[in-house]
Ligand binder design. Structure first.
Ligand code: HGY
Ligand code: MN
Ligand code: MN
Length: 405
């Protein structure tokens, strides 16, 4: 198996020399190079590539019965088995989050071909666009468009920090939902590096996902009065940084009280000057919990505490939900079948994935590959070659079970 060889082909793409992390934002130069790599890998294997008009790519192995190519969206085949993941990263993210699922999918096709297997229904490798939401702010943008979960006009108008719209980056208004999705594909199985330590604790190289915690993102905009740091008395200030600081502490406390997760990892300050009391502070709350009602209570509590503090500080608060993902319980039959096939442990995750979006429209499952430290969304994210190879073998067995019998 050529895992290390394949991996080394993409490892340098988009890696920041300073942090060692990756800057692979959707439809920017590094990710576009990875999409070219995707096309080259498909060409090497004689796998035609189709695009869905939303920025997602699909490489096809095996002609579907009664294959009828439908224009620019590629094959209209029935009952294909979809696998794959995403190329894009969070700022200074790890190497494995996303690309491991795509590299492993191509290598799994190689494994099946080497074993003489051939698909009775197509196997399709996908590269979904903007899974992290690191450029345009909405995670799983490509899979949400494909499934119809986000309106194409809203998606088209999303802008990055430089003001570039998703439609401009894509080069067209996104096509939106595929009405034939559940005919075109019979199942989706995404392989992903585990973003946690459950497989380390279980002593297993590969696991199967049971569920994804409900989670979402909320934008907190705090407005006060910009002023001089040296001449403005403390009693006269309306400082949004104070309200922000309290909001972060409240999020941390309310999450701990509920066994949930709350993160404020992104903040924008204006005018962001050392010697000026800020006029506005905008921050984003990432909140997640095992149960929907816990998540709702958590966000309500943080919002209430922030609003109370804003009143004390004389600042104004606006909270805007930017994305939400409900509790995803993966298809029980498929999950049980794969766990049995692979003799692998079954585990939930707090991380969102394209599989969590596709699960609303297709029988969907996830395979996790052991992450020795559990660290992710960091340059320190890692996985051993042996465990990645075990992931490829597991995915090949799953695709053989689902598409070659
Ligand atoms: O944020 C997440 O959970 C995923 O990595 N996009
Ligand atoms: Mn991620
Ligand atoms: Mn991911």
């Amino acid at each position: 198996m050529r895992f290390r060889e394949s991996w080394d082909e993409i490892a340098p793409v988009g890696r920041d020399a300073g942090s060692g992390g990756y800057l692979r934002y959707a439809l920017t130069e590094p990710e576009l190079r990875l999409r070219e790599w995707f096309r080259a890998q498909a060409d090497l294997r004689g796998m035609p590539v189709s695009a869905d008009g939303n920025g997602n790519l699909f490489a096809w192995w095996g002609d579907p019965p009664g294959d009828t190519r439908d224009g620019d969206t590629g094959r209209a085949g029935t009952g294909a088995v979809l696998t794959g993941s995403h190329f894009d990263s969070v700022p200074h993210g790890g190497a494995y989050d996303g690309p491991l699922g795509i590299v492993s999918a191509f290598l799994a096709v190689d494994e099946l071909r080497a074993a003489g297997a051939s698909p009775v229904r197509p196997v399709v490798v996908a590269a979904f666009v903007e899974e992290e939401g690191a450029r345009f702010g909405v995670p799983c943008l490509g899979s949400r468009l494909l499934t119809g979960e986000i309106d194409p006009d809203r998606a088209a108008g999303l802008r990055d920090a430089a003001g570039v719209s998703f439609a401009d980056a894509l080069g067209a208004r996104p096509a939106g939902a595929d009405p034939a999705l559940s005919d075109r594909f019979a199942a989706f199985v995404e392989l992903h590096v585990e973003q946690g330590r459950a497989l380390v604790d279980a002593g297993a190289p590969v696991g199967v996902a049971s569920a994804i915690w409900p989670h979402g993102r909320w934008r907190f905009e705090l407005r006060g009065e910009g002023n001089h740091a040296g001449t403005t008395r403390m009693a006269d200030r309306r400082d949004p940084m104070l309200t922000f600081a309290f909001t972060v502490l409240a999020a941390n406390k309310e999450a701990r009280l509920r066994g949930a997760h709350a993160t404020v990892g992104r903040v924008a300050v204006a005018p962001n000057a050392t010697n000026a009391v800020p006029s506005t502070v905008t921050c984003w709350l990432d909140a997640r919990a095992a149960a929907p009602e816990t998540l709702r209570e958590l966000v309500e509590a943080v919002h209430a505490k922030a609003a109370e503090r804003a009143r004390r500080d004389g600042t104004e608060l606006t909270v805007t939900p930017e994305s939400a993902t409900p509790l995803v319980t993966f298809d029980g039959g498929l999950t049980g079948r794969l766990a049995h096939l692979l003799a692998a442990p079954v585990l939930p995750t707090g991380a969102g994935h394209d599989a969590g979006v596709l699960a609303a429209r297709l029988p969907t499952a996830m395979l996790f590959v052991r992450n020795p430290t559990g660290v992710s969304h960091s340059p320190a994210e890692s996985a051993t070659d042996d465990d990645c190879a075990a992931g490829v073998v597991a995915l090949a067995r799953v695709l053989e079970e689902l598409a070659c019998r």
